[in-house]
Write a protein that binds this ligand. Structure first.
Ligand SMILES: Nc1ncnc2c1ncn2[C@@H]1O[C@H](COP(=O)(O)OP(=O)(O)OP(=O)(O)O)[C@@H](O)[C@H]1O
Length: 335
């Protein structure tokens, strides 16, 4: 459905072009929900802007439903792409009521067809009774739903969502992420979301691309990213955990190991000794930050029992099952 083939995107700077996205490829099937996950500035929004037609590609191509939209030689203008976009600030028109906002992109429909479509999408997002409210009369979560209804109203082939929950509190975010996913699935909408929030990516997407400095390091479903990260960056970015030298855990063979917080278990007979730096109650249990003999600091989930004090020693057992091992670093650095 959507294919990005080795695209390069950049911005003009004095004397040339600053490449922000390079050799980036992904493929999203019809009805699929993809997500680009990465830290601020890694190029996520730039990818969306290229798909929407606001930025040209300098190499590669963008294909949607069999139509070539962007190549270095030419680009289909944004309004002819069939791509909808929902921005982080919702960008609702303050002087238009909800129906006016949702119907904004439906000018080519007859008055009756337009009213019917507005009613249909407002019902879909659970706002059938707010058609005549103005944006300032709505909560952040309701405004987000209006923005979604407006983006869905013209039935885009592809919906792009740029940090759709960034203005909302954490409870509303979690609730809406599940709801948004359900609405997209119910309507069969193909969507690409960008976020820096892993919980949001996990709640929403069928496939997630972890991005760093303009590239996708791994494109996979959430469980694969967590259980089989392609490299140290993905391992460190997705889920809690630290990468430590295998030797520090008494393992032979060299290299480094990804330690998730449940892979070191407090055990009086454990072979590893660590110093407790502090504990945090996360509910239902505590998490301890401990320093291993090699100096690496890792997290350990504590399930019941006494909570150790900072400065105390703690014996730990390594759960070797499903341990992820990385080969030694090229630069020879130990941690
Ligand atoms: N219009 C522009 N002109 C020049 N440089 C830009 C422009 N837009 C973005 N950039 C630069 O491109 C890089 C990537 O920006 P982009 O907005 O794509 O990242 P992002 O991952 O979406 O970040 P965030 O999560 O903060 O929005 C940044 O270094 C940014 O400063």
């Amino acid at each position: 459905m959507l294919q990005l083939e080795e695209i390069r995107v950049g911005y003009p700077v004095a004397g040339g072009l600053r490449t922000v996205v390079d050799a980036l490829s992904l493929s999203l099937p019809a009805g699929g929900i993809g997500c680009l996950l990465g830290a601020s500035g890694c190029g996520k929004t730039t990818v969306l802007r290229a798909i929407a037609g606001f930025e040209p590609v300098r190499a590669g191509r963008i294909v949607l439903a069999g139509h070539v939209l962007s190549t270095p030689e030419g680009t289909v203008p944004p309004e002819r792409r069939g791509v909808g976009m929902m921005f982080q600030d919702y960008a609702l028109f303050p002087h238009l009521d909800v129906a006016g906002n949702v119907g904004f992109g439906l000018a080519r429909l007859s008055r009756a067809a337009r009213a019917a479509r507005i009613a249909e999408v407002l019902a879909l997002v659970g706002l059938a009774d707010r058609a005549s409210s103005y944006p300032h009369e709505l909560s952040g979560g309701q405004q987000q739903r209006v923005a979604l209804a407006r983006a869905l109203a013209p039935s885009p082939s592809l919906l792009l969502l740029d940090e759709p929950f960034s203005n909302l509190d954490i409870d509303t975010r979690e609730h809406l992420a599940g709801e948004l996913r359900a609405i997209l699935k119910r309507t069969g909408t193909t969507a690409l979301l960008v976020t820096h929030d892993q919980a949001e990516a996990f709640a929403m997407a069928d496939a997630i691309g972890v991005m760093d400095r303009g590239r996708i390091l791994q494109w996979a479903d959430a469980q694969t990213l967590y259980r089989a990260p392609a490299d140290r960056f993905v391992a460190g970015f997705v889920g809690r955990g630290s990468v430590v030298p295998a030797a520090a855990l008494g393992l032979v063979g060299g290299g480094e190991v990804l330690l998730r917080p449940d892979q070191l278990v407090p055990d009086v007979d454990g072979a590893l000794w660590a110093e407790v730096l502090g504990t945090t109650f996360l509910g239902p249990g505590h998490v301890a930050r401990v320093r291993l003999a090699c100096g690496a600091v890792v997290e350990v989930d504590l399930h019941g029992g006494a909570t150790p004090s900072p400065g105390a020693g703690i014996a730990l057992r390594l759960v070797e099952e499903a341990l992820i091992v990385f080969p030694p670093r090229q630069d020879g650095s130990p941690c």
